[in-house]
Ligand binder design. Sequence first.
Ligand SMILES: [Zn+2]
Length: 427
Amino acid sequence: MGPVKAAQCATTVSQQFPNVRFALMVGIGAGIPSLPRRDIRLGDIAVSIPQDNHPGVVQYDFGKYEQDGFVLKGSLNKPPSVLVSADGSLEEDEIMNRSLLRKILRDITKRPGFSQPNADDILYDQSFHHVNKGSDCSGCEQSDEKKLVSRALRPQKQPVVHQGLILSGSGVIKNPQDRDRLRRDYNDAICFEMEAAGIMDEIPCLVVQGICDYADTHKQDGWHHFAAAVAAAYCKAVLRKVDRQDVEETSSMSFLMKAILDNQSIIQGGVDAIDQKIDLARLPVAEGASFNSYTNQHEDACLPGTRTKLLHDIEDWVNDAHDWPGDDSIQALVTMAIPLFIFAATLCRFVGDMKWNPEKRLAVILKDQAVSQASKMDRTYLPILNQLLTGQDENESEQLVQEFQEIVGVIYSSCKSTLSCCPRTAS
Ligand SMILES: [Zn+2]
């Protein structure tokens, strides 16, 4: 099947059956003998129990080649604790000779096609390769050059359960050199198989494999059915040992999916915040800038979407600026300035003073000009004087009066010279 199709299958199962809490991945695989430490034989059982810091299953062909060699990428989930505990309980039973596994296996292997093969269980030395084409090993057995690995006879023809690391990958290992190299790379690995890597991260599961060959050139099919039956028998025995309360306390797939989605949302929020910080770091700092009502909250940089009122104010001002003060106001000011054109200069200084609001000042000038019955001189300068002296503190008033005197002084000098040369205008 391979890891990709296995992953698709696992995804479908987890979607269709959201209350599934765990799974058993049962199949047949290639044993990795490592005598004298591990005497793994055909028909034995390999179980993915985490040991010595490994998670039970490693996807040995998923990674990249770096300077120091092949480096694995990522890691797979561990099997569910409820199944690891059941495996431990079954192992205790076997030690105490309460042979639940043997009883179940006896029942399964009674079925046609699932009995133990009559063929010999031969482990060839890694230097001796398969003689004939095809899976028939009769040529190897008859060869004068054959080299066998010497193994003691087992007193009982019963499967042995091996707990340890299972290597999962998309390729078939049919080479004893590659097999032994991978065993050395992944210390104490016991079995190769081809589906677990696609399933482990989809559904929490324990991987159980019946050993049907030795991952060498002598691969044969004769042990497939018996190895499958042995693995199935082991799973049935493990399920008998599963504690009901442990199952009820195990999270279902739907709960796990919700937890994963929640974590994904939290992580996404963190990523967005990091992106935002990175973007803010690129913003130039506006030295001395203030932001209207946000002045007291001044920061060197602004968050996206904040402090936009200033921009709106500037936009409104730009759009309205070309109309200000408007044709009517300009015409009124021109009328006021005739014939005393120095008034224009005075008005410009008065309205254009950066310290005051120009719109308010202009409004005062035009209003007093419209309603006042005073002389032209009064209509021109009284509103300016009144505005200067209203609402200012003592120091500002003194400064403004001084400025006003300087302006009026210039005007008075101009008027005096005009009156001396034109008596009718003076009247
Ligand atoms: Zn052979």
